[in-house]
Design a protein around this ligand. Structure first.
Ligand SMILES: Nc1ncnc2c1ncn2[C@@H]1O[C@H](COP(=O)(O)OP(=O)(O)OP(=O)(O)O)[C@@H](O)[C@H]1O
Ligand SMILES: [Mg+2]
Length: 408
């Protein structure tokens, strides 16, 4: 079959590089500006709903930073990394060692940091063992020890034409302080970077995560307000959505699938411009169109209902299954708000729940607040710094509305 040679280019997934990274120029320009800083006054928070394209944008920035003579270290932060201060320190050394392990210290440098070259080693390098060695040999609190290591790392690196180091951490909403255990890993990270930056050491933090991230940072340290430039990634603009759909197909003469402008319009509408949904719908459309061609249909159209049904079962249903009946009732009320795809308040929900013709028992304001807190923990709702709520999953309101009409 001749079609087999050209594979379906669309990539719905977590962190999967899209066939064409659409839009995001403004955000990328902002990042480039931060790379120009000699003294780091601003770090970055890159945030947004699930599937909006944070991870792939971060991946796209890495080569830009490297081209501008920065080193790039980082990984995904898990909850277990954030359990204790020491774990964060070890995380940083593990990531740092990947780029510094090749740096050879002069005998003088090695002596300065109290490292007598072991006889069996020809040279001392900034590998993980060295970093940990300095850490252990430094007296004081975790913060003091960590700072000492990072300062030494910089004193050895900056002679090599390195402009600075970007510490890029994805899933950073997992960072948290644990006052009950007297462990403050999040505050540690913020304190250490702020202190190094004050000493004009160009180590820049790029923290990436869900919208809960920035409020968490501010709660831990109010100076985070000034320390971070926050970029909130949103759905793609219409022209960028169009590019995300058409470029992967049009750029290749041997691509067997053509999508008409009206089908492109349907995909933009149904995806709401959200990158994950664009990739998901396009992947389905691509395969379906191939089948239609085989069956002799020359100009197939997008079977919207079928694709939405698949999206509902693949993406939304799992989340919905974990919601209780009463929570569903509350979500129905919220989805009925005119501003359901933006921000809403407890008061607005409460008013709506008392509106005439509503099937559910009305909800009191305190009950709503309580339930919203549970739904926040479940990852369906989030509360911003101004106490307003939104759905934490893109297009969840449309899904809920579909469920409600099915139940009736
Ligand atoms: N600018 C873009 N143009 C086209 N496709 C994109 C774009 N950004 C992201 N995508 C696609 O959207 C999907 C989700 O992207 P990604 O995993 O980066 O989102 P995320 O914001 O990191 O999600 P999560 O919050 O779940 O970590 C991927 O399939 C990716 O290929
Ligand atoms: Mg991601």
């Amino acid at each position: 079959m001749p079609h087999n040679r050209f594979q379906n280019p669309f990539r719905p997934g977590a962190g999967h590089k899209p066939p064409y990274l659409a839009g995001r120029q403004m955000e990328t320009d902002e990042f480039k500006k931060l790379l120009e800083q000699q003294i780091i006054l601003q770090n970055m928070v890159l945030t947004g709903l699930r599937g909006v394209g944070k991870t792939v944008l971060l991946d796209d920035w890495k080569p830009l930073a490297i081209k501008a003579d920065w080193l790039w270290v980082g990984t995904d932060l898990s909850e277990s990394t954030s359990l204790s201060e020491e774990r964060v320190a070890i995380r940083l050394f593990t990531d740092l060692a990947v780029v510094t392990a090749g740096v050879v210290l002069s005998d003088q440098e090695a002596r300065q940091i109290g490292f007598n070259r072991p006889r069996e080693k020809r040279q001392v390098t900034l590998d993980f063992d060295t970093l940990i060695g300095i850490y252990k040999a430094t007296p004081g609190l975790v913060a003091d020890k960590l700072k000492a290591v990072l300062e030494i790392v910089w004193s050895c690196l900056h002679r090599d034409g390195v402009r600075g180091i970007v510490f890029a951490y994805d899933e950073a909403q997992n960072l948290a302080d644990h006052a009950e255990r007297n462990e403050f890993p999040l505050s540690l990270l913020l304190d250490v970077f702020q202190s190094l930056q004050k000493k004009e050491i160009p180590f820049m933090l790029v923290l990436v995560g869900l919208p809960t991230l920035f409020p968490k940072l501010v709660e831990a340290r109010t100076f985070s307000e000034r320390m971070f430039r926050v970029i909130f990634l949103d759905r793609l603009l219409e022209k960028d959505s169009r590019d995300a759909i058409t470029k992967p197909i049009e750029q290749h003469a041997d691509c067997p699938v053509k999508i008409s402008p009206s089908s492109v319009g349907v995909i933009i509408r149904e995806s709401g411009g959200y990158p994950y949904f664009i990739q998901f719908i396009c992947r389905e459309v691509y395969d379906l169109f191939l089948q239609k061609y085989e069956a002799g249909v020359k100009a197939p159209t997008v079977p919207v209902q079928d694709i939405i049904r698949k999206l509902d079962s693949d993406f939304f249903a799992g989340r919905w299954a974990r919601v209780t009946d009463r929570q569903r009732e509350l979500l129905f009320v919220i989805a009925r708000l005119d501003n359901a795809d933006g921000e809403f308040t407890v008061q607005e929900i409460s008013q709506k729940s008392k509106a005439k013709g509503t099937a559910e028992k009305p909800f009191s304001a305190s009950h709503i607040s309580q339930m919203l807190a549970t739904l926040t923990t479940a990852g369906l709702i989030y509360k911003n710094r101004h106490g307003r709520y939104s759905f934490a999953v893109p297009l969840l309101n449309r899904f809920i509305t579909r469920q409600e009409s099915e139940e009736v």
